[in-house]
Design a protein around this ligand. Structure first.
Ligand SMILES: Cc1ncc(COP(=O)(O)O)c(C=O)c1O
Length: 371
């Protein structure tokens, strides 16, 4: 059996038909920028996530950059970001001319609770990342941020559909940023992203910035850019959004299957909180000291896995920063993402489980032989 990490060709036929028919309708309507589908997407997301404003933009990286710019974060400012995340979180801080200040994560990859120690008089904002779909404890983070008058931008790129006590990831901070990159739980058939906010002023400013600083046609009141979402992507997202609850249910079923099947392996740390509503099971990241061996064993048995992420940002040339970052580093060395997506079959997850077990059985026999 062959199990890909993620094969988007497998989107089920009913959904493919709905997407094709949406495209045909949009082609006939001839509206490829702005229009009804965008308006619908924004209002559907607002309703689903309970966000007063949802602002569609070109991708998740732009959403983060727009948030920083709308909050006037720039040269001379510091922004606290976790040491382990997708590069966009820190990249945008540099792009607006500010300085990313890296802080360690906890064992699950979330900004460590003592991040407040990184605050200086230059700190203007903090960007918690709901990594792998698991939510940061936002209550305590907001408490700390408010005490120091810091803006909070939530990087909710991986956590669409995670809710803590009924409140959605991305709706806690000043701005929440979503990515609809195709591999995400709610993914487009191309690039797309969104900003969430409850502020009238930020809503207006972000909308203006993503459309060339334009208020009315040909009135450019500030320097903006073009970060508008493609209308066809909005149309596709409206189709996916209708199926979202079912797709999430399937993801959680498969996650439960993994937890059940792999729970007895002492050398394997399973992700925490995956079955809770505050985790959307975006990624299923296990941790083991034998990560690289396990990855290649699974590859030998045609099972695709991934590493999110193999290197912490402070170790990269463009972001170089001295520091220990012990937990983030450990996760980057030991973490392995097993295939988890709604298109997987139960038998395929069983196969992955059996091969992971086989690997650790062999490992313990090797150890016994050496004794
Ligand atoms: C944590 C995180 N932040 C930001 C982004 C950026 O989103 P996009 O790829 O849509 O620009 C991603 C997605 O790749 C992400 O995983």
């Amino acid at each position: 059996m062959k199990v890909s990490f993620l094969d988007l060709k497998r989107i089920d036929e009913g959904l493919k038909d709905a997407l094709k028919s949406k495209f045909a309708t949009m082609l006939d309507a001839g509206v490829f920028s702005g229009g009804e589908e965008l308006r619908l997407l924004e209002s559907h997301v607002s309703r689903y996530l309970g966000s007063p404003y949802s602002i569609a933009c070109a991708n998740g990286t732009d959403a983060l950059e727009l948030a920083l710019r709308a909050l006037d974060v720039g040269s001379g400012d510091e922004v606290i970001v976790p040491a382990l995340t997708w590069v966009s979180t820190a990249e945008v801080v540099k792009v607006v001319g500010a300085k990313p200040v890296f802080w360690d994560t906890d064992e699950d990859g979330l900004l460590a609770a003592d991040w407040g120690k990184a605050i200086t008089e230059r700190t203007k904002a903090v960007i918690p990342v709901h990594l792998y779909g698991k939510m940061q404890d936002m209550e305590s983070l907001l408490f700390q941020a408010q005490k120091h008058k810091l803006y909070v931008i939530e990087d909710a790129a991986q956590s669409f559909g995670s809710f803590a006590a009924g409140k959605a990831a991305g709706t806690f901070g000043d701005v929440g940023c979503l990515s609809f990159y195709p591999t995400k739980n709610l993914g487009a058939l191309g690039e797309a992203g969104m900003c969430l906010t409850d502020s009238d002023l930020l809503n207006e400013r972000i909308r203006r910035l993503l459309n060339h600083g334009q208020v009315v046609r040909d009135e450019h009141v500030e320097v903006g850019r073009n970060s508008r979402m493609d209308s066809v992507q909005a149309g596709f997202l409206n189709v996916f959004l209708q199926e979202f609850t079912n797709l999430q249910q399937r993801r959680k079923q498969l996650a439960a299957q993994y937890l059940d099947g792999l729970g007895a392996i002492a050398e394997l740390k399973l992700p925490s909180g995956v079955m809770e509503s505050s985790h959307n099971a975006h990624l299923f990241v296990v941790q083991t000291l034998f990560r690289d061996e396990l990855k290649s064993f699974l590859a030998d048995h045609e099972i695709g896995t991934a590493i999110h992420y193999p290197k912490i940002l402070p170790d990269m040339q463009s972001y170089e920063c001295k520091g220990d970052f012990a937990k983030a580093r450990k996760l980057s060395q030991n973490g392995l993402s097993l295939p988890l997506n709604p298109w997987l079959k139960t038998e395929e997850v069983d196969y992955v489980i059996s091969k992971v077990k086989e690997f650790f059985n062999q490992k313990s026999m090797d150890v016994k032989k050496q004794l």
